[in-house]
Write a protein that binds this ligand. Structure first.
Ligand code: B3K
Ligand code: ZN
Length: 850
């Protein structure tokens, strides 16, 4: 419940904990409403700490008993924890508490999902399990005993002993409490094994509810590939006898990297061709890799405090991106990552929720598991690697693992290994961690007598978090093309360090065409006044796959902005350019599918706002529809051939090659449906034998205003499968016409399968509302009001998911006064709720700018 005055925690106030924990032993006696947790912890004074105040976090716990060195004590208990007088010497703390997992719908701490016990402790959930110094720099060795009338009883580390109704686990690796996990339930395992590079045998198990066994094979393969990749690329070997993964239906996020016992949202691990799309498979592979990679970047080396979250998350996202690039297509992965960064991180970085990659203060840490910490954090590491080179990056990482294994570290430790390996001074580079906001980079060019000069000016808008931004180190990869399309200068990395800086290229025969920020070499907004001709030229000739895609996307963006703001018509340069790419059979189908994408409507709104034009969501929607229709008509002779050619005749496999083809076929079908009224899509729906084809056909049918019968049939076919029914909910909201989005969503929230306490179902429905740009921003405020209603309903039950979804409102100041007034009214209404959670209260007040 909301504190009277929410407390703000500051990075600058960090102090080590007053005690060291030699060992932790926990016993759980499971019972849905009255689980008993006994703890026995060996404390001793920490010689490195300035003070030795004994404070243990603890929330929503019933303290049954407490003892120090065997003698009963009566601690002073508050809603946040307890204090107690303790000896000035090593001592044993023993406590027993009671908790109520069956009534824990916040899904933090120990809770129940479909009769199964499970935990989520990151960031501060362990304090809802027992009294403990719940901070990441307190690491200890855990031994756990679980007693419960359930067949499967799991915890971290290695199994020690078990019998009927009990099991004991020991984790030899010291860890912070946020990595603790426990699972108990009627589960079945999909098992396999892996032999590590030094010959250790590891048992691998993917635990699921009976009935889900058929959805495990892909995840298991992804795990084995991840284990091998981390050995080969980073020299990191797994370090326990067993690696367990458990699938859980009620989970606030994607997955959690608990030591040796990863817990996954079932949507992030369960997959079968019939029920999962190619995109689901790719996401699952990436999340399994991400959680596995945390074993070293996060678990063996953890964070000193939660301000350092990007230390593990930025690095682990960077590592999982490298993995996906290696497993699939690197250019396609890079483009996908940039699309995602622009859709999720840029709005955050350029709005009221803006914060540095390493924030300096927070009220609720769960609100800082953001795209900035994760995705911009990964971009920062990509820049560092680009700047120092691959060999030095590898050396620095080896040093990082050697120097800091078993420690809780900071960004300073991380940067120091790079400084030590390269001799570079990274103090200016460090601004990427301390300054909020997306840098803008302007470019001027000059050509005279064989010398071509590029002059860059960088500036970052001031924000509450960073009132006076200083120049950053920006690696800009540049290549030059001759007028005939040949590359006259291969990619070169320019290092911007000043506010304004020029670079010369000499010995050129004629004025080149520059290809700037190749591979999206830095997470900046490039503000370059370019011509349609130049963009079309780059779309046709750029040898850098990212910038070639970017040229097409820039053409589309410029055209759509003019269409939305000034009523312009579709640009033939865009239409011709894309058609030529589409017809080029030497290009990867997945890449061509990306070329058919358009900038998101919210992103277009941001681009208009950036130019000082108030975005009109309906005008943007109409512009997108008009351009898509124009493209369909322009490409109509090519589409049937391309559609036929993209068919996959081999048995379904979710690999890069097949999914690339299906992605292109899906994008082409969407265009064909604009011309044939959905006839081809109806045929595909009728014969589809996998979810990718079934869902793309249904999407096209709904888009053409048809598909009513198929929608019903889809429900009937899949009503037993909660993950597929999530798709059924979100698809209807995503495809709803702008004027009807709120009413369609509202009707779905009244459906018998709308279980709002399940985060997946809530997000599938209300998250889709927020993602339907024109529908959510309907001028009558119906989208805003409906979302606010549901956030108010969810907050008392699950503050974490509520707070996260408040970010739908973060862009409100872009829009017209009418819409701003409507949003403000909803935000004020949320703020006025009695007992509003600290999570939601922090988010809403930041969004309001209070
Ligand atoms: N570390 C977890 C995220 C925990 C979020 C807590 N609110 C998953 C991950 O990043 O791998
Ligand atoms: Zn992570």
């Amino acid at each position: 419940m909301k504190d009277a005055a929410p407390q703000t925690i500051y990075l600058k106030d960090y102090q080590p904990f007053g005690f060291v924990l030699r060992s932790v032993s926990l016993t759980f006696v499971l019972s849905p409403n009255a689980t008993r947790v006994k703890s026995r912890i060996a404390f001793e004074p920490n010689p490195d700490a300035p003070a030795h105040r004994f404070f243990l976090h603890g929330e929503k716990l019933k303290l049954i008993s407490a003892r120090i060195d065997g003698k009963a004590v009566t601690p002073e208990v508050t809603p946040e924890g307890l204090t107690c007088d303790v000896p000035d010497a090593p001592f044993i703390w023993e406590a027993e508490v009671e908790i109520d997992p069956a009534n824990n719908f916040a899904l933090e701490g120990l809770y129940m999902s479909n009769g199964m016990y499970c935990t989520q402790c990151e960031a501060e959930g362990f304090r809802k399990i027992t009294y403990y110094p719940d901070r990441p720099d307190v690491m200890s060795v855990f031994t756990v005993r679980i007693e419960g009338d359930l067949p499967v009883l799991l915890s971290n580390g290695n199994p020690v002993k078990s019998g009927d109704g009990w099991a004991e686990w020991h984790d030899p690796w010291p860890k912070p409490a946020y990595l603790f996990a426990l699972v108990a339930g009627e589960l079945v395992a999909h098992s396999d094994s892996y032999t590590t590079c030094s010959g250790n045998h590891v048992d691998l198990n993917l635990w699921v509810r009976p009935g889900d066994e058929g959805k495990c094979a892909f995840g298991m393969e992804a795990l084995k590939k991840s284990m091998q990749w981390d050995e080969e690329v980073y020299g990191r070997e797994y370090d326990l006898d067993v690696f367990n993964i458990v699938a859980v239906d009620d989970f606030n996020m994607g997955a959690m990297e608990n030591k040796g016992l990863n817990i996954f949202n079932s949507s992030a691990v369960l997959a079968s061709p019939e029920t999962s799309t190619d995109m689901n498979f790719e996401r699952i592979e990436a999340i399994i890799a991400h959680e596995y990679f945390h074993n070293w970047t996060g678990n063996r080396i953890t964070c000193r405090d939660w301000f350092q979250l990007c230390l593990k998350e930025g690095l682990t996202v960077f590592r999982d991106s490298q993995f996906t690039s290696d497993m699939r297509s690197a250019p396609v992965k890079r483009i996908g990552d940039v699309i995602d960064l622009r859709a999720r991180q840029f709005p955050e970085d350029n709005g009221p929720l803006s914060h540095p990659v390493r924030p300096e203060s927070f009220q609720e840490i769960n609100n800082f598991y953001t795209a900035t910490v994760y995705e911009k954090g990964a971009e920062v590491i990509g820049m560092l690697k680009r700047l120092v080179g691959d060999a030095a990056y590898a050396e620095a990482l080896d040093l990082y693992f050697a120097r800091h294994d078993g420690e809780a570290c900071t960004i300073e430790d991380w940067l120091k290994v790079f400084e030590d390996v390269t001799g570079r001074d990274l103090s200016q580079f460090k601004r990427w961690y301390s300054q909020a906001g997306t840098p803008r980079v302007q470019v001027e060019e000059d050509y005279s007598e064989g010398t071509y000069t590029l002059t860059f000016t960088q500036s970052t808008p001031a924000s509450v978090a960073t009132p006076a931004p200083q120049p950053q180190v920006i690696p800009v990869a540049v290549g030059l093309l001759g007028q005939n399309g040949d590359e006259v200068r291969e990619t070169e990395l320019l290092e911007l360090t000043e506010a304004r800086q020029s670079f010369e290229f000499t010995g050129l025969g004629s004025k080149p065409v520059p290809s700037i920020l190749r591979g999206f070499s830095a997470p900046v907004i490039l503000e370059r006044e370019s011509t349609t001709e130049e963009r079309a030229f780059l779309l046709a000739h750029d040898t850098d796959p990212f910038n070639r895609w970017e040229a097409g996307s820039a053409l589309a963006r410029a055209n759509l902005m003019e269409m939305a703001a000034e009523g312009a018509v579709p640009d033939s340069a865009y239409l011709d350019g894309i058609l030529a790419v589409l017809r080029d059979d030497t290009l990867d189908p997945a890449y061509r599918a990306l070329m058919l994408g358009l900038p998101g409507q919210s992103e277009l709104a941001a681009s208009l706002a950036e130019k000082g034009i108030t975005p009109d969501p309906m005008a943007i929607w109409t512009a997108v529809e008009t351009l898509r229709q124009a493209l369909a008509e322009h490409a109509q002779d090519t589409l049937p051939r391309l559609f036929a050619q993209s068919r996959v005749d081999a048995p379904y496999a979710p690999d890069a090659e097949q999914s690339g083809k299906r992605a292109l076929a899906g994008a082409v079908l969407a265009l064909i449906s604009r011309l044939d009224g959905g006839a081809e899509a109806a045929r595909q729906y009728a014969t589809a034998d996998n979810m990718t084809l079934q869902l793309s056909a249904l999407t096209c049918l709904l888009k053409t205003g048809k598909g009513e019968a198929e929608l019903g049939a889809f429900y009937d076919q899949w009503q037993h499968d909660r993950l597929v029914i999530d798709k059924w909910f979100s698809l209807q909201v995503m495809m709803a016409q702008p004027g009807q989005t709120a009413s369609v969503t509202k009707a779905l929230t009244q459906h018998r399968d709308f279980n709002w306490k399940n985060p997946n179902r809530f997000r599938a429905t209300l998250g889709a509302l927020a993602g339907n740009h024109a529908g959510f921003h309907a001028a009558d405020g119906s989208g805003y009001a409906l979302l606010a209603d549901w956030l108010i309903t969810l907050d008392p039950v699950n503050p974490q998911t509520t707070a996260r979804m408040c970010s739908a409102f973060q862009t409100w100041k872009r829009y017209d006064a009418g819409r701003q007034g409507l949003v403000r009214a909803q935000l004020d209404r949320i703020m006025a709720q009695p007992g509003l959670s600290r999570d939601t209260s922090e988010m809403v007040s930041r969004i309001l700018g209070a």
